[in-house]
Design a protein around this ligand. Structure first.
Ligand code: SF4
Ligand code: SF4
Length: 412
């Protein structure tokens, strides 16, 4: 791997230890020696740690199938048999890769979740066409969990216009979907409409101790809880933002819990929400898998004191002005200039934590010239795809300005 790619991937991978899961309280947790804890959901026992398939191990431009095979095998051996993929994950390679790796297991031994890419749809007939393509790529006859992917203020009208719910319900009635849900990145107002008159089996929300306040995750959680809709958790570690804590935030964690890692702390926090089925972790290598699985084999419920510390860490992070990018790369799908937006924001966030001008300049300049922020033409296409509702062109302009300041300092 080239040095530039290595550095960027290393920075982005800092978020890769994240994952999710949860249970519905102590009484619902199923423990078995050497296995991750599980909880009952309808006819299934679901591991509280789910495998998010959006940051698969890479070998250059391709998925590293040998490493993925080892990771999945380790998961299966320890009861972590929930896999969450999507049409667009890993440049649309995730479904095919997971299909190849899961083929060697009996279908009833793993739980597969996939998602319908609303952004690609223009008519109701597209839904089934893409669904069939997904079954083929994953080499399965049905999906256990299937979602309308990323309902937000920009996709909600498409979702309604193409009658997505009705078409997916028909697929469920045909036995091709066991449980029907949606993943959500919109406002509480839209969420209320989405759940108002439909029968959803579950939904996928972004829940972590930072977003609980920052993007009103608590309001979303309350809305679905009132409706009795269970939750699968995405971004429990906020794309790594809650793994790579600032010095001050880390100090707060360590002075209270010296033996706790930021990843385990964040995952356990997400898992402690009472309405959660599973917490997804986007794992990129075997060592992340092993670390996360151990957290869920030794699973400890969050205490009230720990909840308080999480709240204090959240306030510290919020006061430090970092960019809340989760590195999902949805913006890059539409950027006509090929700007490496998540890498730029990851570099900037690291810079804000370390205050190291020199390293910021060095790392920033490892980006190809045509991937840098100054190429932005402010077309705003990326904003429409950003689940975090970031004002991307403005943030890029801020980073560019900061970079120029650092350049000038370095010249002096
Ligand atoms: S506003 Fe800038 S970053 Fe966003 S899509 Fe357009 S060129 Fe790309
Ligand atoms: S800027 Fe938004 S869309 Fe782009 S990677 Fe970050 S969170 Fe995802």
């Amino acid at each position: 791997m080239k040095r530039r790619e290595f550095i960027i991937n290393s920075i982005l991978a800092l978020g890769g230890t994240a994952m999710l899961t949860t249970g519905c309280g102590k009484k619902d947790i199923i423990r078995q020696e050497g296995q991750v804890v599980k909880r009952k959901f309808k006819d299934l026992e679901i591991p509280l740690l789910g495998f998010g398939c959006m940051r698969l191990p890479m070998n250059g431009e391709e998925v590293d199938m040998a490493e993925l095979d080892r990771m999945v095998e380790y998961c299966m051996e320890h009861g972590a048999n929930y896999f969450d993929t999507a049409y667009m994950y890993v440049n649309s390679m995730s479904e095919t890769a997971m299909g190849k790796v899961l083929k060697k297991y009996k279908r009833e031994d793993f739980i597969l979740a996939d998602k319908s890419p609303i952004y690609k749809m223009t008519s109701r007939s597209d839904i089934r066409k893409i669904f069939d393509e997904q079954l083929e790529k994953c080499q399965v006859e049905y999906f256990d969990f299937y979602m309308c992917h990323n309902i937000n203020k920009n996709t909600y009208d498409i979702y309604k216009n193409i009658e997505m719910y009705d078409e997916l319900l028909a697929l469920k009635q045909e036995g091709k979907i066991k449980y029907l849900g949606f993943s959500f990145h919109g406002t509480p107002e839209i969420l209320r409409e989405v759940v108002a008159d439909k029968q959803w089996d579950f939904c996928q929300l972004q829940i972590n101790y930072l977003d609980w306040d920052v993007v009103k995750a608590h309001e979303q959680y309350d809305i679905v809880q009132e409706k009795g809709i269970p939750v699968t958790v995405m971004e429990p570690l906020r794309g790594g933002g809650l793994v790579n804590l600032s010095e001050k935030a880390m100090q707060k964690l360590k002075e209270n819990y010296p033996d706790e890692t930021p990843a385990a702390f964040g995952l356990r926090w997400a898992a402690a929400r009472q309405n959660v089925i599973t917490v997804l972790s986007g794992m990129s290598n075997l060592s992340q898998v092993k670390e996360n699985i151990q957290t869920f084999i030794d699973y400890k419920e969050m205490t009230a004191e720990e909840e308080k510390v999480a709240d204090e860490i959240s306030k510290i992070i919020q006061s430090q002005g970092e960019i809340n990018c989760t590195a999902c790369k949805y913006c890059m799908e539409v950027c006509p200039k090929g700007i490496n937006i998540p890498a730029i924001f990851a570099l900037y966030n690291q810079y804000k934590i370390t205050n190291n001008n020199f390293m910021f300049k060095v790392y920033y300049e490892t980006l190809a010239e045509d991937e840098q922020a100054h190429n932005c033409i402010k077309c705003n296409l990326c904003n429409k795809n950003c689940p975090q509702n970031l004002e991307i062109p403005q943030l890029l302009a801020n980073v560019e300005e900061e970079y120029k300041k650092v350049q000038n300092l370095e010249r002096k």
